[in-house]
Write a protein that binds this ligand. Sequence first.
Ligand code: KG4
Ligand code: ZN
Length: 335
Amino acid sequence: MRILAIETSCDETAVAIVSMMDGVFTIEKSILSSQAKIHALYGGVVPEVAAREHAAWIFPLMKDVGVSPEGEGIDAIAVTAGPGLVPALRIGVELGKTLAWAWNKPLVAVNHLEGHIYSVWLNTEKPPSFPALSLLVSGGHTEFILMKDHGDYTLLGMTRDDAVGEAFDKVAKMLGLPYPGGPQISREALEGDATAISFPRPMLDSQDLDLSFSGLKTAVRVYLSEHDDISVADVSASFLQAVVDTLVAKTMRAITQTKPVSVILSGGVSANRVLRETLQSSISQLDAEVTFHAPDLSLSGDNAVMIAVAGLMKASRGEYVDPLTLVADPNMRLA
Ligand code: KG4
Ligand code: ZN
C-alpha cells in the first residue's frame, strides 16, 4: 500500500509518500517547508500566520512530491487531524478531505502524537516490540504512554503545566536566544558547566508518572533576576541537566512500574543528544533486557513521513474516516 500524508499541525508544512510492503516502510518522497524563521520574528508560533503559510506552501509541495492530478498510484490519504493549532490543522485536513473525495480514496485521520511514536519504525532493522513504554517530548506535549500493541495506548502520566519543549523555548527567550529554543540551548550547553547552577528536579518525590516544568522555568527566571553577570552557556547546561535528570529518573520509574520490553523516545525534544545518550545508557544498565528506540534525527521534528507510517498502520486495520465529516481536533487524544 502507498499512502500520501499531509502534516500542518504547527509550523512545518510537510507532504510525504510512503509505501508499506510486508511490514517494511519505504520513504518514496518527503518534502517539508519550515516556517520557523517567520515565527522567530514573533518569538513563537502565531497560529494565523502558520495557517497562511501552510495555505501558500501546500500546493507547491504537492506538486513537488509528484502526485498526478488524478492521484494515480496512491492507495490512501493520511492527514494529521490533531492535536495542534486549529487554523493550521484545518489547511491540511481540508486538503486531505478534498483529495479523498475527489479521488475516491480512503482517508485516515492521524493523531500527531501517534505519528511521533511511529517515527521510530523508520530507518531501523529492529523496530520496538510490545509492550513498549513511550516518552513523548515535544513543544506541546510531554507524556508517558504504554503501547501494548499497534493502536493500543494507555496514558500513564503527563506534564501538569508546560511541555518540556515549551520550557526550552521559554528559557531560551529569557536568555535572549531565538525561537525555537531547544536547539539553541543544546548548542549553548555544549560550552557550559552542567553543575554550575543547582536548578530543581521537579516531581521526583511523587510516585506517579506526572511531570512539571513550570517551576523549573521559574527557577531559571529567578536566577537570572538575581544575578547580573550570567553565563548563558552555564545556565543552558544546568537547565538541560535538570530536564534530563528529571525525564530519565521518571522514565526509569515508569520502566519499573510497567516492565516494558522496549522504550521509545520521540517528539522534537528527542533530538537532544544529552537526553538520548543519558536515557540509552541508563536503560542499558538495567538487569532486564529493554531495547531503546529514538528517531533518526531527520525525523525527530514534525514531518509527514511519520504521519504516513502511522496512517499506513491504521489503514492496515481498516481505520478510515468519512471525508465529508472529518473535523480538525486541536485537543485530540491518543489515550
Ligand atoms: O515535535 P516538535 O517538532 O513539534 C511539536 O509537535 O511541538 O517539537 C518542537 C519542540 C520545540 O519546543 C523545540 O524547541 C524542541 O522541540 N527541540 C529541542 C531540540 N530540537 C527541537 N529541544 C531540546 N533539544 C533539541 N535539540
Ligand atoms: Zn510534533
